[in-house]
Design a protein around this ligand. Structure first.
Ligand code: SF4
Ligand code: SF4
Length: 378
């Protein structure tokens, strides 16, 4: 079946046109595509059903003004950008997604998904946020079961426990490969340039072939080991907080420019989800998924036990000399948590700085000055 391109396709720049044509081909070949926004989305389900899954997080301010015609201006830029791309039909992945997974994480996203449901087929997962409660794990396991059922109905596929287990084995392999890359930064000096590391981890999510994604991580690891391009004077920084794809050049580019190197990205797209392995030996695969996904230390959790356990350990493990906590404007969960994180960093005696920013370029100079001053104090 041939799929239609957006009405404004001819107005798009070449790169965007290519993206649309690539996704149109995927759809014309009969493949099904699921879009997701959050690390809590259990991608093993789609792998098990032979369905492609793709991240839809908006990373640029290009569509924010359009989004603000329907959403409040004081929402976080990630939410506005993501919604704006759906509204303007400028993202090929959102445009061609047959179903989009929303999740009950922060209030802004939850309510945005209700609007998005008017444009696309959105399925909401209810994520338990009190992970210290005994019912959190069974609730998450049930939510995963419901998502499996929804996926089977939507796409006319059958997903067995055995399929899920095999998919989990493969995703664990992918997680291990990404960790091998990230853990190269244990070395002093750390060998992987910060922007390159993040961009690679982010772009690999768009490789629909998991086997080839794993292979390309191994190739990069081998190449970095061979090149070993390091600078012993660089300050070792751990970056935490909100997802930072939309402020990468502004923040991480500035760290690099000011003689720093990110030794660990704790955020989503970094180490946080990669250490959440699924126990494939667990006789109840749903229990294993629930266990793994509830370990994601996101600020929407209360208490957010895992983030506060992980950061001191990661500081020690990666020998970080400073913690940079990046919060997107309007992100209440991470902004409020920044105070407690500062106290935690004081306890373990590591310099801490919070940076609040958005996807615009109006504060580029100010962010650069603050990062330069922070690195200077280390
Ligand atoms: S920070 Fe939290 S809500 Fe945002 S993508 Fe990560 S897990 Fe999801
Ligand atoms: S950055 Fe914060 S406000 Fe924005 S989507 Fe993530 S949790 Fe929600």
């Amino acid at each position: 079946m041939e799929h239609l391109l957006p009405e404004k396709f001819e107005d798009y720049a070449e790169g965007r046109k290519k993206g649309f044509l690539k996704m149109k081909k995927v759809k014309d070949e009969g493949k099904n595509v699921v879009g997701y926004f959050c690390t809590f989305a259990p991608l093993e389900i789609f792998d098990a059903g032979g369905i492609l899954s793709v991240s839809l997080c908006g990373m640029s301010d290009e569509t924010i003004a359009d989004a603000e015609t329907e959403l409040p201006k004081n929402l976080c830029p990630l939410i506005k950008s993501s919604y704006g791309f759906a509204l303007t039909e400028k993202c090929p992945y959102t445009y061609f997604a047959d179903m989009i997974i929303g999740e009950s994480t922060c209030d802004g996203k939850k309510k945005m998904y209700e609007r998005l449901g008017k444009l696309k087929d959105v399925y909401m997962m209810q994520i338990p946020q009190g992970i210290d409660r005994p019912y959190a794990k069974p609730l998450m396991a049930n939510e995963i079961k419901l998502l499996v059922k929804k996926t089977e109905e939507k796409f006319g596929v059958k997903i067995t426990d055995d399929d899920l287990r095999k998919a989990a084995v493969k995703r664990n392999e992918y997680r291990r490969a990404c960790l091998e890359l990230m853990e190269l930064q244990h070395a002093v000096p750390a060998p992987v340039p910060s922007v390159q590391l993040y961009k690679f981890l982010d772009s690999i999510k768009f490789n629909f072939d998991l086997e080839s994604a794993i292979q390309s991580v191994h190739e990069l690891v081998a190449k970095i080991k061979e090149e070993n391009a390091t600078n012993p004077d660089e300050k070792r920084i751990l970056v935490t907080g909100c997802p930072i794809g939309g402020v990468l050049d502004k923040v991480v580019g500035s760290i690099e420019k000011n003689n720093g190197r990110v030794v660990c990205f704790e955020n989503c797209s970094g180490i946080k989800p990669m250490r959440c392995f699924v126990d494939t030996e667990n006789p109840d695969i749903y229990d294993a998924f629930a266990d793994a996904y509830l370990k994601i230390g996101c600020a929407v959790m209360s208490p957010n036990i895992h983030r506060f356990e992980n950061i001191p350990n990661l500081v020690r493990e990666f020998k970080a000399e400073g913690v940079l906590d990046v919060t997107l404007q309007g992100c209440h969960p991470y902004m409020i948590e920044s105070r407690a994180l500062q106290e935690k960093c004081n306890e373990i005696n590591v310099p801490y700085m919070n940076l609040e920013t958005d996807y615009s370029h109006s504060d580029d100079g100010q962010i650069d000055t603050r990062i330069a001053a922070f690195l200077e104090t280390i």
